[in-house]
Every structure is written in structure tokens, then in C-alpha cells.
Design a binder for this molecule. Structure first.
Ligand code: ZN
Length: 154
């Protein structure tokens, strides 16, 4: 990664950290879950309001490092208006990207591109994944009509 791209990515991450999106609380969410990343001290709450299969609105409340907060903020932007299957698909691509796995397809990830470099910092991967893992557990619990487990990253 060249220096100017690196600097651009850093600016995008810091913008999401300072001005996180998706922080307005929902009055009547369909899905809710919490996650913790004890290694770093990141904590997150996620809530989703569905309209049929579409994500009508999302709340993310993340307290933690810049990477965890930025990843949660970007998640809220990209999944709003998407269907549940699309959300799961995006989450699987983000997970693969963060783990440095080869991506089977290229999709427009918007600001999430800025997290590409995280794969080079293993301790930060959990920070970036926290929001996604917490959301997906919430969605799956909802689909299976069970209580969502609080996510704790290992
Ligand atoms: Zn963190």
C-alpha cells in the first residue's frame, strides 16, 4: 500500500471514529444484540428495525478503539436498505477481507475499503469484526426465533 492511499484510508477511519453513523436509537427494533472484545475493551450494541426482509433502520452504539467504532459506523451505512440475505453476503465478504482471504468476487464496499489494511494487524482484526459478528448473531437468532447470544471475541 502506498503512503497516500494509506493516509486516505486513515482519514476515512478517523472520520467514522469522530462522527460515527447509525447512532440514533431505535424505538421498536426487531433485532438486538451485544458484543464485547475483551482483548481491546471494545463494546457494542446493535439494533435493527426490519421492514419485511429489508433493513429499514439500524442502531450501532460502539465504545472502543478507532477501528471498532469505524467498522460499526461503516456497517450501519452499508446495510441500511439492504435485504437480510444481502447483509449476510456483505458480512461474509468483509470477514474474508479482514482475515486476508482471497475474495471470490469484487463488490463496491465504499468506505469499508479503508479497512483492507487491518489484515496486516492481527490484534485489530477482532476489533473490526466485532460489529459484523454481533449483527449476524442477532439476525440468525431472529430468523431461528431464539435469543441472541452476546458475542465475546476469543
Ligand atoms: Zn479495538
Amino acid at each position: 500500500m502506498n503512503d497516500s492511499l494509506d493516509a486516505l484510508y486513515r482519514d476515512i477511519i478517523m472520520d467514522h471514529f469522530k462522527y460515527p453513523r447509525g447512532t440514533a436509537k431505535l424505538t421498536d427494533p426487531d433485532i438486538g444484540n451485544e458484543g464485547k472484545n475483551p482483548t481491546c475493551g471494545d463494546e457494542i450494541q446493535v439494533a435493527v428495525k426490519l421492514d419485511g426482509e429489508m433493513v429499514e433502520d439500524i442502531f450501532v452504539g460502539c465504545k472502543g478503539c478507532a477501528i471498532s467504532v469505524a467498522s460499526a459506523s461503516m456497517l450501519s451505512e452499508i446495510i441500511k436498505g439492504k435485504s437480510v440475505p444481502e447483509v449476510k453476503h456483505i458480512a461474509s465478504i468483509i470477514k474474508a477481507m479482514l482475515k486476508g482471504e482471497e475474495l471470490k468476487e469484487q463488490i463496491d464496499l465504499g468506505d469499508l475499503e479503508a479497512l483492507r489494511g487491518v489484515k496486516n494487524f492481527p490484534v485489530r482484526i477482532k476489533c473490526a469484526l466485532l460489529a459484523w459478528t454481533t449483527l449476524i448473531e442477532g439476525l440468525e437468532a431472529y430468523e431461528n426465533r431464539r435469543r441472541a447470544s452476546v458475542i465475546t471475541t476469543e
